[in-house]
Design a protein around this ligand. Structure first.
Ligand SMILES: Nc1nc2c(ncn2[C@@H]2O[C@H](COP(=O)(O)OP(=O)(O)OP(=O)(O)O)[C@@H](O)[C@H]2O)c(=O)[nH]1
Ligand SMILES: [Mg+2]
Length: 418
């Protein structure tokens, strides 16, 4: 099942600002008219009904949006880079890899929802921007800002309302088959089902989607058996039917062991409402233990229901309860829905800091892009840069930090004397 894929998204770089001057008939050099660079294109994800898997993302690894065009003379702004729109199936979540904890970039549940996962860089300012009464011939301009580049994991989560969990062979597939339109494979050995299977359950006029979550065994949270991939699917369900095997020695112990796996995997999973159901009550040996098993659960302050997935006994009642629990859980979930977390990159400049070699470092990305665009070796350009440093309030910050004439100032890869 192609349900998880690692890609890299790269938004377009902003175009560079221009350094140009008006050409006038009678003036050899007119005022500055260098336009701004265009912004780079964004990379967006859009949930589309036309795609049902993440298979297409196996072809390429890197996805790029278009770069912005450079600014031109006569105040002409560079053209905007083309956005890259990636279609994903509804139910797709995008994570940024590599951080301390993975950040959710997008959580696209419904068709039509979209999110920007990498923002295009802004265009650099043209020299027009740097004109002032004291600087009529600005030779400063800015390089375009690089577009964001991120390693992203796309993950397709099954969207089912109710999940059937339980150890292998307890009858999950049988229950899904008895209650829904799904026809999963049923057999008398563990791990018959290797991938989650979905079915639609009708309760009166209403329907919900139910999934068999296979492969749950002790150690699953750490990757044992089928690993924990399937547990991710359970995260999206709102209600769990916890199915137990009536022929087991102590169903209540099985119930505890499965719950322990859930809590080790994710606290949210463990807190989901659970309907506890003991299966195979058609077998005489199980029917004989109904009172005993019920008592064991009472001691744990839990109700338990008995069904037979084979004869259908008790199945309709469990589905009706699932629908009721689902309605309650939906009301709660809507009140506290997890929102996608967007982490805009910091654009604020850091205060000047002292480097190990004694130089004063201007941690100012805006200014770094100016240094990168101009010829810092030119004394006139350097004079203008100093003016700019003062204008954005950095001169005062430098003085506060104790700068003396002759000290080194560093900005990006460039250095000059104060
Ligand atoms: N007697 C009886 N047998 C059942 C019942 N439900 C399931 N079984 C049998 O139990 C065995 C396992 O059933 P499945 O539905 O495949 O169990 P599962 O939980 O989906 O198993 P895995 O997919 O392997 O995890 C099969 O032989 C079923 O016929 C029941 O209510 N009564
Ligand atoms: Mg099964």
């Amino acid at each position: 099942m192609f349900d998880r894929v690692d890609i890299v998204v790269k938004a377009g770089d902003g175009g560079d600002g221009a350094i140009t001057f008006r050409r006038e008939k009678f003036a050899p050099q007119g005022g500055p008219d260098g336009g701004r660079g265009g912004p780079g294109g964004d990379v967006l994800l859009v949930a589309s009904g036309a795609v049902s898997s993440l298979r297409n993302f196996r072809k390429n690894r890197v996805y790029r949006a278009g770069d912005g065009g450079d600014g031109g003379r006569q105040k002409r702004q560079g053209r905007k880079g083309t956005d890259l729109v990636l279609e994903v199936p509804p139910g797709t979540i995008a994570w940024e890899r590599g951080g301390e904890e993975p950040a959710v970039l997008a959580d696209l549940e419904r068709i039509g929802q979209q999110a920007v996962v990498a923002r295009g860089g802004r265009g650099g300012w043209g020299n027009m921007r740097y004109a002032s009464p004291t600087n009529q011939t600005p030779r400063l301009a800015q390089q375009g800002e690089p577009g964001e580049e991120k390693p992203v994991t796309l993950e397709l989560r099954l969207i089912a309302d109710v999940g059937i969990i339980g150890f292998p062979n307890v009858g999950k597939s049988s229950l899904l088959a008895a209650a829904s339109n799904a026809r999963p494979k049923i057999a008398d050995y563990p791990f018959t089902t290797l991938e989650p299977v979905l079915g639609v359950v009708e309760v009166g006029e209403r329907t919900f989607v139910m999934a068999e979550i296979p492969g749950l065994i002790e150690g699953a949270h750490a990757g044992k058996g089928l690993g924990f991939d399937f547990l991710r699917h359970a995260l999206r369900t709102k209600v769990l039917i916890h199915l137990l095997n009536g022929t087991s020695e102590a169903p209540v112990e099985d119930w505890r062991r499965v719950n322990k796996e859930l809590s080790l995997f994710d606290a949210g999973l463990w807190r989901k409402p659970q309907i506890i159901v003991v299966n195979k009550v058609d077998l005489p040996e199980v029917r004989a233990r109904v009172a005993e098993i019920s008592r064991a659960f009472q001691e744990a302050s839990r109700d338990v229901r008995f069904i037979s997935a084979v004869t259908g006994e008790g199945v309709a009642e469990v589905m009706a309860e699932a629908q009721r629990t689902l309605d309650e859980a939906t009301a709660v979930a809507e009140a506290a829905a997890p929102r996608a977390v967007f982490r805009p990159r910091p654009r604020r400049a850091a205060a000047p800091a002292r480097a190990e070699d004694g130089a004063f470092v201007l941690g100012n990305p805006e200014l770094e892009r100016v240094c990168a665009r101009v010829d810092v070796a030119d004394p006139e350009v350097r004079r203008q840069l100093r003016e700019q440093v003062a204008k954005i309030g950095l001169a005062r910050a430098l003085e506060k930090a104790g700068i003396q004439a002759g000290d080194k100032v560093r900005c990006g890869g460039y250095e000059w004397e104060w």
